[in-house]
Design a protein around this ligand. Structure first.
Ligand code: GKR
Ligand code: MG
Length: 447
């Protein structure tokens, strides 16, 4: 057989395989991978009473889990923000995507983004997972990676109440047995002083080996939070890096005053001390500190102003709101052009999002800073993925093995988390409401 005959034979074999719904590896369900249905499961997962500028985390955090069914029998998994508005948008999205090819998800991206960015992120992830499963490729490979097999994460430290504080256990929304003797959600205890925060940082380092530590501020008086960062630096010693994030609860003068004092600490960056790009740019100019955000640059439409005002040095990507995986990958060259470094933002999440964040960071060369994650706060037996939680060792997480995201759902746990969602009555995040169970007069005013 000469070369021309050989090429013709290969093409004929490929066409036959395509007609039978196979790809070149012989795996069923590739090209096209027609979407036949979408199952959306809203879930409520246990959450400790973490404190932030928004108040106190409620007894559960909400997420939506997506299962995207395809004609080849492949099912792609996605996770996105919780809450009934996102659930409703996902139901509409399902009408748009059924009958379409999962590989060609860019075709329906604009229609889904018009419903909501969170909705797009959940479906995009499930499409990518399905494509990975159908081709035997890991998600990071579909994204052009990996550029790194191990991804660094930061310890995300919150002031908090003890998990068994009586006002919180009296919350009628709680449906699990966390109030029974010895069953408190976790054993980290109350953290409301600089010393207790240093203990927490040390505990996180001991258990997960973190090198970078982010303090969620905007909770206690700013001087106490500064003292907490100082106590952490002293306890953690050389080699640690610190971040502080008051979620824009500080006035500009507070941010500048505390910023001047931060200069004596091993600060990696100062995150969102104040609201809006103009105020951020003023604090940055007045203090000379590297600044970061997940609040004032959160969509492509914010970039032009950010280039002009220069409010930040570090941008926190998040595929849930920044145009999915593709949007975040596009931030790579934007960051090069702007002279920014990239990290990842996190909200409370399950193992599906955890895997997605690892794949994204392993594919996005410019994402060189440790990513945030709330994952350590999810109790060990509460994740909805099969098997144990994804491990964090020496502050790093490995890209999961296996096609797509490399994780499977545990349908029993998923069903339990859905039942809790159905019965607990929580439909949106209401940190202020939970905070007032403990501090009835709490207002969240600027500090
Ligand atoms: O979980 O309370 C929290 C955080 O404050 C979260 O809501 C923020 O979005 O983690 C986030 C941040 O970095 O600003
Ligand atoms: Mg932040």
């Amino acid at each position: 057989m000469n070369r021309r005959q050989w090429i013709a034979a290969q093409a004929a074999a490929l066409a036959g395989a395509t007609a039978r719904g196979e790809n070149q590896t012989g795996v069923q369900g590739a090209a096209p991978l027609t979407i036949t249905g979408v199952t959306v499961t809203p879930v409520a997962l246990p959450d400790p009473p973490l404190l932030a500028a928004s108040g106190c985390h409620g007894p559960y955090f909400l997420r939506n889990i997506v299962e995207l069914h395809t004609d080849g029998g492949v099912v792609g998994i996605g996770e996105t923000h919780g809450g009934e508005r996102v659930t409703a948008a996902l139901a509409k999205a399902s009408e748009i995507v059924v009958g379409q090819n999962a590989f060609a998800y860019r075709r329906f991206a604009p229609a889904l983004k018009a419903l909501s960015e969170s909705c797009y992120a959940g479906i995009e992830l499930a499409c990518l997972d399905a494509c990975g499963r159908a081709t035997g490729r890991r998600l990071c490979e579909l994204l052009g990676g990996p550029v790194r097999e191990e991804v660094e994460f930061a310890a995300y430290l919150f002031f908090r109440y003890a998990a068994d504080r009586k006002e919180l256990l009296a919350d009628r929304r709680i449906l699990d047995d966390r109030a029974s003797a010895g069953r408190a959600l976790d054993a980290w205890g109350e953290v409301r002083t600089p010393d207790a925060m240093a203990d927490l940082a040390e505990g996180f380092r001991k258990r997960w080996g973190f090198r970078v530590f982010k303090l969620k501020a905007g909770v206690l008086p700013p001087e106490i939070e500064l003292a907490a960062l100082g106590a952490m630096a002293e306890r953690l010693g050389e080699g640690c890096l610190l971040r502080i994030d008051p979620n824009a609860r500080w006035k500009a003068e507070t941010a500048v005053r505390i910023g001047q004092a931060l200069k004596s600490l091993p600060l990696e960056y100062y995150e969102d001390p104040v609201a809006g790009q103009a105020a951020m740019a003023e604090v940055r100019a007045a203090t000379g500190l590297p600044m970061s955000t997940n609040m004032c640059v959160t969509r492509f439409a914010h970039l032009a102003e950010a280039f002009r005002l220069r409010p930040i040095d570090v941008l926190l990507c998040d595929h849930h709101y920044f145009g999915g995986m593709l949007g975040c990958l596009a931030l790579g060259p934007v960051a090069d052009a702007a002279g920014w470094r990239l990290s990842q933002h996190s909200n409370s999440h399950c193992g599906v999002t955890m895997a997605a964040m690892i794949h994204l960071a392993s594919s996005l060369g410019q994402l060189t800073l440790a990513s945030d994650t709330h994952y350590p706060w999810l109790p060990d037996d509460a994740d909805i993925i099969a098997g144990p939680k994804l491990p964090i060792r020496d502050g790093h997480m490995r890209v999961p093995d296996g096609p797509g995201l490399g994780i499977e759902l545990d349908h029993d746990r998923l069903a339990r988390a859905h039942e809790i969602y159905e019965r607990c009555g929580m439909r949106t995040r209401d940190d202020a409401g939970t905070m007032r169970l403990v501090e009835p007069g709490w207002t969240g005013d600027k500090l």
